[in-house]
Design a protein around this ligand. Structure first.
Ligand code: GMT
Length: 378
């Protein structure tokens, strides 16, 4: 069994969710897992003898206009690696986690301690933030210096080679789903409360950032509800929410749209839904879509980034060009207008989601960890 340090963003973002669920699953298999972050990861919601959490605190000395988070993180990594005798440091999201890990690795080497660094690229660290030339040299360097690098889709791997000076081999290890949690739950009373007349229920979940194009969700829904009685549930919160609320008021559809805010039991809400809408500008994987599919909800999405690797066009839903809300609405109506067809898409979504079962993906991560451990000399 290994001692593994996991670094991630603790918020509701996809990379933090993936990192936390991976750590929990590794701990369940007997590995010792140490989470290192600036606050407790949202999904780290139970205790286990194999799970530990270490908080990174950053000095707020008045001289610092920008608190030195990366330095604080690297120092913490050195401390925990020595104290917990870590074998692996698995960092999620390149900026600034990969460079902090490489700094820690070099400091530890001077102290006679080897640690293997695994970096997982998640998406906006490469596609949005990473494209900013300011970050390129540090991101390229820390990816190349990692002992292993993974990306959550083939599309993200291709983009990494396109945007950065990376020579390192990148392993595609897709995101995964824990079916013990994400499966359709019997929540008929909830469905009746939301859709008392048997309306179709559409749903979107995100962090309401611009890249998610939540306004397109509203425009698609507006077209669908003109033809088929339906309701829309919006899960999550973020900078675009007020703008979206205003759009709903302007279109006079507030009685059909419910803003649920941030939710922990997303699977219970997904269980009553008929269609998930993900019109993102860019999406390296689309974990939210996979979670919906595991709860038997087909997906209307864009064909950007890694989405087509998750949502199979014509089988589990449809993928349109970014911004083509007419096409998305047409596809949504095609799925929703026929009960038998809807049932078929729901069954396909579940079946396809099984390809991303955590049980399989976990074995791939464990094999990767083994491959980067120092070889014992005989
Ligand atoms: O934009 C988000 O959804 C958050 C972001 C993150 O890193 O926390 O998500 C990215 O990583 C997720 C987990 O690997 C992927 O499922 C999302 O597709 C990806 N987001 C984007 O590429 C925009």
């Amino acid at each position: 069994m290994l001692n593994i340090g996991i670094v991630c963003y603790p918020t509701f973002g996809g990379s933090g969710v993936v990192a936390t669920e991976l750590g929990k699953a590794l701990a369940e298999k007997g590995h010792q897992v140490h989470f290192i972050s600036y606050s407790r990861p949202a999904r780290l919601d139970f205790f286990s003898e194999n799970l530990f959490y270490h908080e990174v605190t950053v000095s707020n000395y008045p001289l610092f206009e920008y608190p030195p988070y990366e330095t604080a993180l690297a120092s913490k990594l050195v401390d925990i690696a020595l104290f917990a005798n870590l074998d692996i440091l698995h960092v999620h999201y390149a900026i600034p986690h990969a460079s902090a890990a490489i700094m820690a690795k070099n400091i530890l080497a001077k102290k006679g301690k080897h640690i293997s660094v695994v970096t997982t690229l998640h998406g906006t660290d490469i596609t949005l933030v990473g494209k900013d030339a300011t970050y390129e040299p540090v991101v390229s360097y820390s990816i190349n210096e990692s002992d292993a690098v993974t990306s959550v889709s083939q599309s993200l791997k291709d983009q990494t080679y396109a945007f950065f000076h990376v020579e390192k081999d990148i392993h595609v290890i897709p995101n995964f789903i824990d079916f013990t949690r994400f499966s359709k739950k019997p929540k008929e009373h909830f469905k009746t409360a939301i859709a008392p007349q048997g309306e179709r229920i559409l749903v979107h979940t995100s962090n309401f950032r611009k890249v998610k194009r939540v306004e397109d969700v509203i425009h698609v829904f507006n077209r669908v509800m003109e033809k088929i009685p339906s309701k829309l549930l919006l899960i999550g919160d973020g900078p675009e929410r007020m703008h979206i609320e205003k759009l709903c008021r302007d279109l006079d559809i507030c009685d059909r749209v419910t803003f649920l805010g941030k939710q922990d039991m997303v699977e219970e809400i997904l269980s009553v839904c008929d269609l998930f809408i993900l019109p993102s500008e860019t999406e390296s994987f689309g974990l939210a879509a996979l979670e919906a599919m595991a709860c038997q909800v087909p997906v209307i999405a864009t064909n950007s980034g890694g989405i087509p690797e998750v949502n199979e066009h014509g089988l589990t839903g449809f993928n349109s060009n970014v911004g083509d809300v007419d096409d998305m609405a047409k596809n949504a109506l095609y799925i929703l207008s026929d009960n038998e067809r809807l049932a078929k898409f729901k069954a396909n979504a579940l079946q396809h989601a099984h390809k991303f079962d955590i049980k399989t993906v976990l074995l791939t991560y464990e094999a990767l960890y083994q491959s980067v451990l120092p070889k014992v000399q005989i």
